[in-house]
Design a protein around this ligand. Structure first.
Ligand code: P6P
Length: 338
């Protein structure tokens, strides 16, 4: 007899899957470190709370008319979307009240914010984020995301910014939330990459993928070809080669969406230097570094020209970089043309 549709819980039990929430996953990870104070887990829970709040606001934005741009600009000189500010304030509020957060730095704020000069616990942290990456996609229901990077606070520094300026290989965690057809939370704490999807009916992020590995190959490249004429020659030679070898092109206009597709399907995402952005457009500290850690943890590669992104010694908080990120073989195909 047809038993009718199974709901998630029944389906999970039927399939024998455990229903693991991101909270229980984080606590299970914490228990692997006997000396753990719980501060780090507490910070991650602030990020998952922020993600739920931002996701809910984005999904109702058009209904409550909070789409569209403000008549203000952020530190990048970019027009701010209303939801950029809302997302930024949500993250600052959720992180600001958590023990262990010494400094937060946001794409939307010129200077880092000192949350607790003598943060509680012996291991204060720095959290950097792009609160709403690709926000110009909001008005057209395109993918947008939050990207974050977590460093240990360097108590020896006097200026908050100096504690932020650590190379990407010093990150102790990184992740992103993609607000797409579902809300996906992808996280690495340095031991592989795990993926969670928000079930709005129970308000929990559920584990759907452990130790993600990016396919070694993938005949898809992701770049804004509108800038092609001003790319350095090597990138143009790569595009000629790719198009002669039956590659597909996919470009969402939001790094989180393009990287997420590349992580799951393979391929290469790149943003070369252009005439308008001679250093590259993407920000090193809270876009390139976290994405590079995630992709390398999944077995991929992440370069800025010939330099490994995670090795770059940052000079300023909002500095930009070019990126070539994705499947190992596909990144190699780009690099050998440079
Ligand atoms: P372009 C979004 O504005 C962003 O910072 C990234 O998310 C995205 O990959 C890139 O810029 C898109 O830039 O010049 O192609 O619109």
């Amino acid at each position: 007899m047809n038993q009718g549709p199974l709901d998630l819980e029944q389906l999970a039990h039927t399939r024998g899957d455990n229903l693991t929430t991101i909270q229980s996953h984080i606590l299970a990870e914490e228990r692997k470190h006997p000396g753990a104070s719980g501060t780090f887990s507490w910070i991650l829970s602030a990020l998952t709370l922020s993600a739920k709040v931002i996701s809910a606001k984005i999904r109702r934005a058009r209904i409550y008319d909070v789409l569209g741009a403000l008549d203000s600009e952020n530190v990048q000189g970019e027009t701010q979307q209303k939801l950029d500010v809302i997302a930024n304030e949500t993250l600052l509020r959720c992180l600001g009240s958590r023990a262990g957060v010494a400094v937060v730095a946001s794409e939307e704020n010129e200077e880092p914010l000192i949350i607790q000069r003598n943060a509680e616990g012996d291991r204060p942290y720095v959290v950097l984020f792009d609160p709403l990456d690709g926000s110009s996609n909001l008005d057209v229901c395109g993918g947008v995301g939050t990207i974050f990077s977590i460093l240990r606070h360097d108590r020896r520094t006097t200026k908050a910014e100096d504690s932020c300026l650590q190379p990407g290989k010093s990150q102790i965690a990184a992740g992103y939330i993609l607000y797409g057809s579902s809300t996906v939370f992808v996280l690495t704490t340095g031991n592989g990459v795990n993926m969670f999807v928000l079930d709005p009916s129970i308000g929990a992020f559920l584990l759907v993928g452990e130790n993600l590995m990016i396919p070694r190959k993938g005949k898809t490249y992701s770049v804004n070809e509108g800038n092609r004429a001003t790319f350095p020659d090597g990138y143009q030679r790569y595009l000629d080669w790719a198009q002669a070898n039956d590659y597909s092109s996919r470009y969402a206009g939001a790094m989180v969406a393009d990287i997420h597709r590349t992580l799951l399907k393979g391929g290469v995402f790149f943003y070369p230097p252009t005439k308008k952005a001679p250093e590259g457009k993407l920000r090193l500290m809270y876009e390139a570094n976290p994405m590079a850690l995630i992709v390398e943890q999944a077995g991929g590669k992440a370069f800025a020209g010939k330099d490994r992104i995670l090795d770059i010694a940052p000079k300023t908080l909002h500095q930009r970089t070019s990126v070539v990120i994705g499947s190992a073989d596909e990144v190699d195909h780009v690099l050998r043309h440079l």
